[in-house]
Structure formats: structure tokens, C-alpha cells
Design a protein around this ligand. Structure first.
Ligand SMILES: *Cc1c(COP(=O)(O)O)cnc(C)c1O
Length: 453
């Protein structure tokens, strides 16, 4: 077998439907609550910020949700995405394990996020919306929504976490190239932003703060809706094209994963790959182990509490039950900006509670080391977020070597790092600091969790 082993599906194999895990769960996840009444949320409560078609997906328990033709047409530009076998990495590690990765960086914005920005823009345009407001961490979501907005003729306004706004100027340039407006958050454009700036003038921002600003804009303007790039059910749903394709591709390879790995920020690329593979296990069968990987400095699944919390800092969003570090927790400004969210997708948190997944956390330097090793053998420079999945895949391959087991490992390479080269330069210069979790700050943020009866 040659060095480059790539499993490519024909265009007609782009999934015709997204897979909704809610249909197969042994018990439903706890409902989102209205922040004022603490009663389960009704669809109308979300109407000021989302169109009804998206709200319907958010609460759906249908197993399959059809992908609209105009969305599949756009997906054709980069889907089905390739599945590679990492032969050169296997050799470099001298492991008996077989390592496969699904590559989501081939889309025009460079990450998996465009799998959901396109349908979100489509449904909003169908509903007559003119503008979308959103937040972005490292900038991948902002650029994906900016592009989808350009495709469907929607204006896009992006609140970008301030630390990333300065760390990643080319991401901002990309958003502007696609026609979006990009604002450093916290900003003076919203009440939530001004309140943070008044108490913390030097705030480097957080996803929680940027979400408050974007939701506030949508809730207070008639022609604007809000779009979120992770965490919510409909976002995880849209990402299941990744896992559905990977099932067909592993069949092509004549192999089956023993371990499946993804990095987790809000949980969307991980859920997108993993949920379709969990169908068999929920039906009572055997199935692969699945491992979620997060940063030590923002360890939602490994150190967070499973509790009702707000999705944002200013407490404008509904309360959702999830693994959380507390909505006031502001992680340090490490480079994997897409993994700096204080919470985890409620659906993924629920799946974790059901015992269907494992979670682990790594420091950023060991992740960059793994990312560089991967780039030197496979050629693709991974996004800082994706290096967390690579680190875990390498560790699993080395475990296989130590145990003399020829297991099959599948991981998601959620995006490329072409806009993150400053992070690589900093890593080579020895400037990246492995910050331990600030336990005091975590305790303080957890103490502030809302009290729900
Ligand atoms: C946003 C992002 C992540 C983290 O978000 P999830 O919703 O957890 O997938 C991971 N990798 C890349 C490349 C991203 O852009």
C-alpha cells in the first residue's frame, strides 16, 4: 500500500439527511429553562433570536432531518470530505495501530464550521431575515458565517473575542473579505459590553461575553437574528454529515474504529463525528470507545459541574443543563481560541452522563508538539484546536504499541491552522505558557451558578 491512502466518496454520497441523536437516546436530556420563570422553554421563547425552522430542529426528536437541496448543492464544493489513513504518522510512531482522520479543513473557510453556517444562513434567508449577529472565538465561526452570509445575501456582524481579535488579525481580514463586520468584544456597542468594560476595562473577552453582545443585538433589532456556531442541538445535528460520511468511508477501507477521538470546545465537531457511530451502542450493541479532548485551562468535561447554567456572561440566554465552569469563568488567553467556552453542548453533556464517552485534558505545548509531528508526517498544519485530537490519537497509538495491539483509531481533523501561524511561531520560540487551571477562579465561578429547584 502506498504512502497516501485516501478514501473519497462520490458526490451523490453526500448525506441526504442529518442524524438526530435525540431519537435514539435511552432518556431525553433535561429541558432548557426560561431564565425568568425557570419553566421549560417553549418554542416561542426563542422566536426573537432564531427563525422557526431552526427552533423546530432544536427541539426535534425525528431521527432523520432532510438536508435541503440548496444546502447540499453548496456542500458539494468540499463534501464528501476526504478520509485519510495516516500511514507516515503510523510509521513515525512505529505503532501497530491504524490511524485514520477525517479532514474538515478543505472547505473554503478552513474548518468544519461551514457545515452549519450554510444551513443556518439558508433557513434565515428563507424566513426573510436580513442580518445575522454572532460571536467568534478564534475566528473560524465568524469567517464561516461571513461566507455563508455572502452566499445567501445576508449581512453579518461578528463580535470577536478581544484576545483573538489581536492574536489573529488575518481571520478578521478574511471575515471582512467575505463582507462581514467584525467588532472586538467586549465592545461599547452593547449594554452587555459596556457593563463588562466598566468593571474590567482590560478584559480580553470571552465567548460568553461575545455571545451576550451578539444575542443582545438580535433581541433588540427587528431585522436581525442570532446564529451560534456550536453548543446547540441544531448545530450538532448539521455536523453529523461528518460522521455519516466517515461510516461509509471506513466501510470502503474495510476497517472499523476501536477508538474515535475529537477535540471539544462547544462539542460540535466531536458530536458530528461521534453521534452517528453511537447509534449501534444505544441500540444495545457494541461500539467504539469515544474520547473527547479539551484544554487543561478550560476543562469543561473533566472539571466542570453538570448543572443548569447560562450560555453567556450577561445572562441573556436560556438556562441549559450542561458541563460548565460557570458563566463568569474567563479562561486564560491560550491559542486554541475555539476551545475557550465555559460550557459544553447540553446534548453532549447528557451523552457523557449516560456513560457513552470518555474525556481527557491536555496542556497546549504538548498539543502543539503533536501538531508539529503530524504536520511533518502528514503535511497538513492543524488548527490549534485540532492538535488536541491529534495528541490523544498519538497517545492512543503509543498505548497500542506498548500493549502490542493493532487497534483502529479514527479522529477528526476539524480544521487547518493557516491563520494560526503566529501560534506556531510562538510555540517554536518557547513563548507558549502551560497555564494550570485557576482553581480559585473556578470555585468562584461555580459558586455563582444559578439556583434551580
Ligand atoms: C470552533 C472549532 C473547534 C471547537 O468547536 P466545537 O464546536 O467543539 O467543534 C474545533 N476545531 C476547530 C478547527 C474549530 O474551528
Amino acid at each position: 500500500m502506498g504512502d497516501t491512502v485516501k478514501y473519497v466518496l462520490d458526490e451523490e454520497r453526500i448525506p441526504k439527511a442529518w442524524y438526530n441523536i435525540a431519537a435514539d437516546l435511552p432518556e431525553p436530556p433535561p429541558p432548557p429553562l426560561h431564565p425568568g420563570t425557570l419553566k421549560p422553554l417553549g418554542p416561542d421563547d426563542l422566536a426573537p433570536i432564531f427563525p422557526m425552522s431552526i427552533i423546530a430542529q432544536e427541539v426535534s426528536t425525528e431521527r432523520w432531518i432532510e438536508i435541503p437541496d440548496p444546502v447540499r448543492e453548496i456542500y458539494r464544493q468540499w463534501r464528501p470530505s476526504p478520509l485519510f489513513r495516516a500511514r507516515r504518522l503510523e510509521r513515525a510512531l512505529d505503532t501497530p495501530a491504524r490511524i485514520y482522520y477525517k479532514y474538515e479543513g478543505a472547505g473554503p473557510a478552513g474548518s468544519h464550521k461551514i457545515n452549519t453556517s450554510v444551513p443556518q444562513a439558508f433557513y434565515n434567508r428563507e424566513a426573510g431575515v436580513r442580518k445575522l449577529s454572532t460571536e467568534t472565538g478564534a475566528g473560524q465561526w465568524g469567517s464561516s458565517l461571513a461566507l455563508a452570509g455572502a452566499m445567501f445575501g445576508l449581512e453579518v456582524q461578528v463580535f470577536m473575542v478581544k484576545v483573538s481579535y489581536h492574536q489573529k488579525p488575518y481571520r478578521r481580514a478574511l471575515m471582512e473579505t467575505y463582507g462581514a463586520t467584525c467588532i472586538a468584544s467586549p465592545s461599547d456597542r452593547t449594554q452587555s459590553g459596556r457593563a463588562i468594560l466598566a468593571s474590567h476595562p482590560d478584559s480580553t473577552g470571552s465567548l460568553g461575553i461575545a455571545i451576550s453582545e451578539a444575542v443582545e443585538v438580535a433581541a433588540t433589532s427587528d431585522d436581525t437574528k442570532y446564529a451560534l456556531g456550536s453548543v446547540l442541538n441544531h448545530v450538532l445535528l448539521h455536523q453529523t454529515v461528518i460522521g455519516e460520511e466517515s461510516i461509509a468511508q471506513m466501510e470502503m477501507a474495510g476497517d472499523q474504529p476501536d477508538v474515535i477521538i475529537g477535540c471539544t470546545g462547544g462539542g460540535s465537531n466531536f458530536a458530528g463525528l461521534v453521534f452517528p457511530w453511537l447509534r449501534g451502542r444505544m441500540a444495545g450493541g457494541a461500539g467504539p470507545r469515544v474520547i473527547a479532548v479539551e484544554p487543561v485551562s478550560c476543562p469543561t468535561l473533566t472539571k466542570g459541574r453538570y448543572a443548569y447554567d447560562f450560555g453567556d456572561t450577561a445572562h441573556l440566554t436560556p438556562l441549559v443543563k450542561m458541563h460548565t465552569l460557570g458563566s463568569t469563568f474567563v479562561p486564560p488567553g491560550f491559542h486554541a481560541g475555539g476551545l475557550r467556552y465555559h460550557g459544553m453542548a447540553p446534548m453532549l453533556s447528557h451523552v457523557h452522563q449516560l456513560g457513552l464517552l470518555e474525556a481527557r485534558a491536555y496542556h497546549q505545548n504538548e498539543c502543539f508538539e503533536a501538531g508539529v509531528r503530524f504536520a511533518r508526517s502528514e503535511g497538513i498544519v492543524p488548527a490549534p484546536e485540532s492538535t488536541h485530537a491529534i495528541k490523544a490519537a498519538i497517545d492512543e497509538a503509543l498505548r497500542c504499541k506498548a500493549e502490542g495491539r493493532a487497534e483502529t483509531i479514527l479522529f477528526n481533523l476539524s480544521g487547518h491552522g493557516h491563520f494560526d501561524m503566529q501560534a506556531y511561531s510562538d510555540y517554536f520560540a518557547g513563548k507558549l505558557v502551560d497555564q494550570p487551571l485557576d482553581e480559585g477562579a473556578l470555585d468562584e465561578a461555580l459558586a455563582g451558578l444559578p439556583v434551580v429547584g
